[in-house]
Write a protein that binds this ligand. Sequence first.
Ligand SMILES: C[S@@+](CC[C@H](N)C(=O)[O-])C[C@H]1O[C@@H](n2cnc3c(N)ncnc32)[C@H](O)[C@@H]1O
Length: 432
Amino acid sequence: MTPAARISAAIEVLADLIQRRRPAADALKDWGLARRFAGSKDRAAVASLVYDALRRRASSAHALGEETPRALVLGMLVSQRGLRPDEIAALFNGQNHAPAPLTEFEVAGLATFDLSAAPGWVRADVPEWLWPSFVEAFAEHAVAEGEGLSARAPVDIRTNRLKTGRDALRAALSHLQPEMGAWSPDALRFQPGPDGRGPTLQSEPAFFAGEFEIQDEGSQLVAALAGVKPGDTVIDLCAGAGGKTLALAALMGNEGRIFATDLDSRRLSPLHDRLTRSGASNVEVRVPRSRGHDALSDLAGTADLVLVDAPCTGSGTWRRNPDAKWRVRPGALAERIREQAEVLDRAAGLVRPGGRIAYITCSVLPEENDVAVEAFLERHPGFALVPMRDLLSAGEVDYGLLARFATQSGLQLSPARTGTDGFYLSCLAAPG
Ligand SMILES: C[S@@+](CC[C@H](N)C(=O)[O-])C[C@H]1O[C@@H](n2cnc3c(N)ncnc32)[C@H](O)[C@@H]1O
């Protein structure tokens, strides 16, 4: 397919997902099934155009004066891909599957492409209904934070200390030109290529050998800051596929015990293979027999640390999933807040006297972060916040520089602040 034909395809996919309000992945899959002639490079290029258009949906609609699939693509070609109006006009020539020529209205929109008078949520490319939350979280930096969440994400990996060291892994992957992570001593980073994707790391021999896991550096950081020690008894209450479980096992050097569970037993399935590959031997996966079955009933009041990697809107990961940004609804936020309270209350019954709950989200919304923690402290007055300076100075690395990203009750990472996904961490000490 020519570059112009790929643009036509992206417009078609966007029309489908907007009209039928369906996830981008589903619309892309259907498009691919109906066009078997399209090769893997074409599919990747079309997907990249669609996701880039979704990153900049609000600002493109504003600049072009309409929210049509064409306008979203046109705006993105300017703001995300840096094309000039004449370059865009050459692509939109109506020949050989290229999109129809530009209208006068579109030409005018491209020529001015002015966001200076646009409201903050438009310049930030954040849903309008979430803008008050952004302003509450980031004040005068809210637009820059929204822009950070609209950019493409790098691919980060976490060196598995149980198998190798970061320098050795960097040498093993030198053909992919890894960069050192800025914060985590285990992180390596790969910048996205022209199609927005990173290298296919899962086919590397070092991956099969368990020497690394793909994990955003922010996720690595919050796991490291949770305060786990070799020999601890740890419960990972929302373990899912085990990204944090594996990080904790490595930090503990396989000493002590981790009990990993999840409300949804299906989500735990990938964890078994990942544990084998990683060499983590101190993890016991507790699979609930049915919804509502308590797989941890024997562990009440025993854990040095309960990790609550809570279900959330995922607003901190919009770089990786720009579709989710526009699909999240107020009802879903309210449901996540209810689940967060439920899971935190469950954690309170599992932690030992003097132990700790580490509450984590991949969200930047205060409702899911500080507000959730403050509501927990009201329900459980014996618990107390672990001071931020203690969190940042407790481990092998002094993370004092992160203190400027402290919130009322926790720590907020973000693409604009730390170059990571938008993770939040707050640690709560149980009464001794
Ligand atoms: C953010 S994901 C976990 C990601 C995982 N910890 C990782 O690092 O890969 C949140 C998980 O919480 C689970 N969950 C939701 N409500 C829960 C509850 N009440 N108790 C335990 N887990 C719950 C979801 O099934 C989901 O797997």
